[in-house]
Design a protein around this ligand. Structure first.
Ligand code: ADP
Ligand code: MG
Length: 309
């Protein structure tokens, strides 16, 4: 297995603030990798180190086999980067933005035109070639940002919150584009997101919390390990509900008036529990766990209590 990205004991301090610490990452070539965590957890900092924009305080980082500190130019040749904030010139047209970006990478006109056509087609932007970026919708602009980031066909693509601020339909479109890109170009993709449910289609995810890695694995495996179901209860007397349920299902995670319990086994008798709770609860809902639950439970274990993030 060849690794596209490898970090050992990676740390970054801004003054006294330890933004990330002891980060070990191993991302095989061709993988679709999600770095996930809430705002301020260190996602952008990690991407900026991997893409040579800032230097780590501690640790070793290899990207496409090159050390980011010793050989940043070699790293930059192999990567594409799509920032959290758009890097497009809003006063230029779609086509002009791609021409400009391609020229910066030293691509000739014919190659830029050929790749632009393919990418705009792939991203449903072929009808917008002559449109000024300022006139595009947020979803279209994001798609164009990604097209701009892959015009030089990097082996590794970094996407920092590619779906932030978009509505659900555009978020799904961007995910479709990223999957198509991967199929067409076979690149390694590392993306960050704080929309955890989206990251379920990644090959591997890593959870960051206050700059530390708190979990890593395949989303389907992490979800399966959490349990068969999540029981969600609303109760205005939570202590009584906890007293009844805890001996059967363990401690809950609490969020306001909502309590979440893990049901480890699909054969657990939900009906009997529901009968026992009659009169103590406002709502009773059993559902499949998702990646959000995985994060909430990992976070809760670290807080040493039962509060959700
Ligand atoms: P995320 O992308 O997950 O929201 P960031 O990597 O942007 O997180 O930030 C991690 C932490 O580092 C935050 O506490 C943030 O305020 C801080 N931080 C980020 N960039 C700087 C900087 N240039 N100078 C000082 N602190 C920073
Ligand atoms: Mg960020």
């Amino acid at each position: 297995m060849t690794l596209a990205i490898q970090t050992q004991n990676l740390g970054k301090k801004y003054g006294n603030l330890q933004a990330i610490s002891s980060l070990h990452l191993e991302i095989p070539e061709g993988q679709f990798f999600g770095l996930i965590g809430p705002n301020g957890s260190g996602k952008t900092t990690t991407i900026h180190i991997l893409s040579t924009l800032i230097r780590p305080t501690t640790g070793t980082v290899l990207v496409a086999g090159h050390n980011v500190v010793d050989d940043p130019v070699a790293v930059r040749r192999k990567i594409g980067l799509v920032f959290q904030e758009s890097a497009l010139d809003r006063t230029l047209t779609v086509e002009e933005n791609l021409q400009f970006s391609g020229a910066l990478y030293g691509l000739d006109h014919r190659l830029i035109a050929e790749r632009s056509r393919k990418l705009l087609d792939l991203f449903d932007l072929d009808g917008k070639r002559k449109a000024k970026v300022a006139t595009l919708s947020g979803g279209m602009r994001r798609a164009l940002d990604i097209a701009r980031g892959v015009l030089h066909q990097p082996r590794i693509l970094f996407l920092d919150e590619p779906t932030i601020g978009l509505d659900i339909i555009n978020r799904r479109r961007i995910w479709r584009f990223m999957k198509q890109l991967r199929q067409e170009l076979g690149m390694t993709i590392l993306l960050t997101t704080h929309y955890l449910e989206e990251a379920e289609s990644c090959d591997q995810v890593t959870f960051l919390r206050k700059g530390e890695l708190i979990g890593q694995g395949r989303p389907d495996v992490l979800i399966r390990e959490l349990g068969a179901f999540i029981l969600e209860i609303e109760s205005d007397e939570p202590e009584e509900s906890i007293r009844l349920i805890q001996p059967q299902l363990g401690s809950p995670v609490q969020e306001g008036e909502k309590l979440f319990f893990r049901i480890p086994d699909a054969t657990f008798s939900i009906g009997r529990l529901q009968d026992e709770l009659q009169g103590h609860i406002q709502s009773f809902n059993v559902r499949k766990p998702d990646l959000n639950d995985v994060y909430i439970w990992k976070n809760s274990a670290l807080e040493g209590g039962n509060t959700a993030c």
